[in-house]
Structure formats: C-alpha cells, structure tokens
Design a protein around this ligand. Sequence first.
Ligand code: NAG
Ligand code: NAG
Ligand code: NAG
Ligand code: NAG
Length: 510
Amino acid sequence: MAPPWTVLYLFGIAIVACAEEASVYTVPPTTFGANGYPNWGAGTWPPSTVGVPLVPQQTESWILSLLDQFDPDRIQSTIQTLVNFGTRHTASTTTSTTRGIGAARQWLLKEMTALAAPSKGLIKVSMPCYEQPAVPADGIPFAVQLCNVQAEITGAVDPNRTYVYTGHYDSRRINNSDYENYAPGADDDASAVAIALEIVRILAPSLAKNPPASSLIIAAVAGEEQGLFGSNFLAQTLKNASVDVQGNFNNDIVGSGSNAPFDPMNEHTIRVFGAGTDYLTLPAEVIQEIITTGYQDDTPARHLGRFIQEVNAGAAQVTDMQVALIYKPDRFFRGGDHESFLKAGFPGIRFTEPQEDFYHQHQDPRVQDGIVYGDEIEYVDFEYTARVGKVNLLSMLSIANAPGTPSNFTYDTEIGFLATSESTPASFLENIIKLYWNTDPSDPLLDHYEIVWRPLASQQWTHMLNVGMETTTILPISKDNAVFGLRAVGKNGMKSPATYALAVASQYFG
Ligand SMILES: *[C@@H]1O[C@H](CO)[C@@H](O)[C@H](O)[C@H]1NC(C)=O
Ligand SMILES: *[C@@H]1O[C@H](CO)[C@@H](O)[C@H](O)[C@H]1NC(C)=O
Ligand SMILES: *[C@@H]1O[C@H](CO)[C@@H](O)[C@H](O)[C@H]1NC(C)=O
Ligand SMILES: *[C@@H]1O[C@H](CO)[C@@H](O)[C@H](O)[C@H]1NC(C)=O
C-alpha cells in the first residue's frame, strides 16, 4: 500500500500533500528547554499513530514519604566519624580501635547493626572478609584482610532477584601506596557510605509493613582505590551463588556541591554513568547484532539509567533533583565498583556528582601556593548528599517492587523488509515492525506489558503503548527510525526497566 501522502520540500519548508485531504506542514522552530538548550533529541519525529507520549511513572506515596526522612545532619555525622579514623587506606592498621580501616569497619558493622535493629531481623548485617594478596604496583604492599560491611533484605515475592547498592569506605592519598598518613576521604567516598547507613536506618522500621518484593543489598565495600577488590568479591560471591542480580547502584563521590564556579543547576543534578556494549559478557555474534542494528545505547546498564531518570522525573518534587545520563562506563580514564558488577554480567551504573572537585579528591591535605587541597568534610554539601540518597532509595524501592524485566523481546526480520520472493505477502512490505515477547502470567506482581520507543538519537523513551497480556503486536513504525523496548507494569503501577528488542538473540536479556 502506498502511503497516502507525499512530502515536497519547497524553499526548505516541508509540505505534506495528502491524497485524501490537502494540508500544509510547517517545520516547527527548534524548541528550547528551561535551561535554554535546544531539544534536538526531544523526539518530535518520527510521527506515530499508536501509543501516547511517555509520562514518567509515578511512585506510591509510602515510598515518597520514606524519602523525606534523609537527614543531612546524620550524613554529616557519619562522614565526620569516618574522617576521624585518620586514614581508611585498604592496607592501613587493623589493630587500633581509633585509627585505620580496621577501626572504620568495626564502627560500620556496629552502626549498621544498630540501625538495622528496628527491622526485627528483616535486615541481616554481616562483614564478609577474604585475604587479599599483596598487589604492590596497585597500592597494596602486603597481604591484607579485606572486608565489606553489608545489610541484606530478602525479597517477599521474588527473593532471587536482587539489587545492590555500593559505596566504598576506603580512602587514599596521591601516593596510592601510602597506607599511614592522613587520608580523610570525605567526598570520596564517605559520602556514599553515609547514604548507605541512611538507607538502612530509613528502611529498618518500614519493612514489616512494606517489605520489598525482591531483595536488596546495601554494602560499604573496601579496596576500591587499589582495584575494585571489595566490590569484585561481592559481585563474584553473588555470581557464584547464582543470584539474579538485576542492578548495581554504585555511588562514588556524591558529596560536592561547592566546587567553584558552581552553577546552582549542578546542586540539583546527579550524573548516572552507564556503559555501552564494551562490558557485555555475551557471545561476540550477539554483540555484533546489537551494534549493527543500532542498539548499542540499549545495554542493560543504560536501560537501568533510563529507569532511574524516569522514576526520578515522576518524583522530582520530592527528590528536588534531575538525573543526567552519561553514555560512558565512567569518567575519563577512571573507574568504579559498578565495573565489578558489569564484569560479572550484571547491569551496573555509577552515580557521581555533576562537577568533580579535583582539588579535594585523592589529594594530600595541604596548602600549596595559597591553594587548599584535600578531601576534607568542609567541601561536602550534606543537603546535596541527602538528595542523592533520595534518588537512590526512590529508584531501588521502585525497581524492587516492580515486576522483573521481561525477556526474549524479538522482532520478525521478514516483516517490514524487502521481499525475498514473489510470494512474500504484500502486507509484509510496509514500514512496520512485528514484535514478540515472552509473558510470565505467574508473576504475582505483573499487571500487563508496555512497549516503549524513542527516536534512535533520543536518550529517553518518548512513547509508550499498553499491550496488555498479548505476546505479539505490529507497530506502524519503521525499525530504522526508532528503537523499541518492552517493560513489565506492576499491579501497583511500577514499571520494570525496558529490555532489548533483538532479532535473533533476545533470550540473552531479561
Ligand atoms: C608511597 O608510599 C609508600 C608507603 O609508605 C612508600 O614506600 C613509597 O616510597 C611512596 N612512594 C613515593 C613515590 O613517595
Ligand atoms: C567464585 O568461583 C570461582 C570459580 O570456582 C572461584 O575461583 C572464586 O574464588 C569464587 N569467588 C568468590 C568470591 O567466591
Ligand atoms: C536465580 O536466578 C538465576 C538467574 O536467572 C538462576 O540461574 C538461578 O538458578 C536462580 N536461583 C534460584 C534459587 O532460583
Ligand atoms: C523467544 O521467542 C521466540 C519467538 O517468539 C520463540 O520462538 C522462542 O522459543 C523464545 N525463546 C525462549 C528462550 O523463550
């Protein structure tokens, strides 16, 4: 069937001439967002006769009320306590009760245990350790006992599905092997450990009434600065136990609101770094299909980032934050604990402040040429860290109470493509896509499925379509003009992250 319209370009103006009814189309001016930047990726094209513009999913009020409980004073107190251990270098002393990483982890274990007590056993706090051999080249001059401190909450409906929060409690100086001298590590990364303790404190009394449907782990890890050792131990432990980890929320350097010149917008923005195909632990031919079909921005990590951005947009009046997605595994030539999860085959993203303060990170505290260096607590904005905590807890409770991410979302390669023979039905030759997916009617959380799509160059989904409990649908949209995702919608309205649409290998994603 020929399209009922043709487009003429006249003096740069597109004129759509319809066969049935003549109408004139005038190219709209590029629109500008509140920040004055043009919305090139806002998704005004391709046109669509199905679905509706995406409306950010809304969060239940009991979750929003928990977010109000983040306490900047407690965040300050946790960071100050951690700074007071002098150094938390991974190879620092473990025999002192007041200085070094040993004293720091004992305090964390005690504090987390106390904060978990109101859960009446629903939060299990532990300190798993292992012997990390010396890695002199990377800052561990001799073998050390390396310990994580973690809180585990078992999901009430789908306990195998697990989401992991990480922040590292070790600290460093310019010389990464210097395990003795003062290394306050306030922003990097006591800020994230303070959020971890706040999450445990806030969740503990709420769990009897509102247990999450799937499991949560809140961890303060060590050995980050020398090679992501603690997070690797955690991720590999979970992998070896066949735990279904569907997301790592890694927070690292989430405290600075004061690096001058500092735009007020930055004080209400958190970056979420998501890796592309480079970390996918998939067969090479699957990665090849992802790249050749233009789905390289649709890794599980980036889907997780989109999920966080969307949920936050629906609750921004409470978090007072916006989420900036960064399509990079991490910052320039740097890394973090989410990579341990990515390497284990789990989706992981990194939260980091929008404008890093290099004067006050990894630096030996000192004054040089009139400039003050060092990762001291006075450069942390506790209100900002509290807002980052809100985005984390919002996202983690939303994802943990949504149905699991659906699987096996595929499309027909013969429909919406060239004919292969004269017997190819004419109905196959449209600019359409036929999608298929697996349903899981036994999932007690599930209400229905939803297809989402966006122009390829848009970061966020722009459209959504309720497809009920069907297992297939045809959309009148060219698969070259949009990228498609499928998500599960819960009875509580919460929606899973989206999954890939791939022609041949979607069973790898769930
Ligand atoms: C770094 O610190 C270690 C441990 O104190 C020391 O042995 C080494 O000499 C230091 N390196 C430099 C370049 O100062
Ligand atoms: C995971 O299993 C591998 C293979 O058995 C083993 O080498 C590794 O030590 C295990 N890691 C952890 C953290 O349990
Ligand atoms: C948890 O999920 C993983 C990944 O789907 C699976 O391999 C494992 O068998 C499951 N474990 C249990 C106890 O169901
Ligand atoms: C994935 O979907 C395809 C097409 O609907 C189906 O043939 C296949 O059996 C499914 N694979 C799995 C693992 O469910």
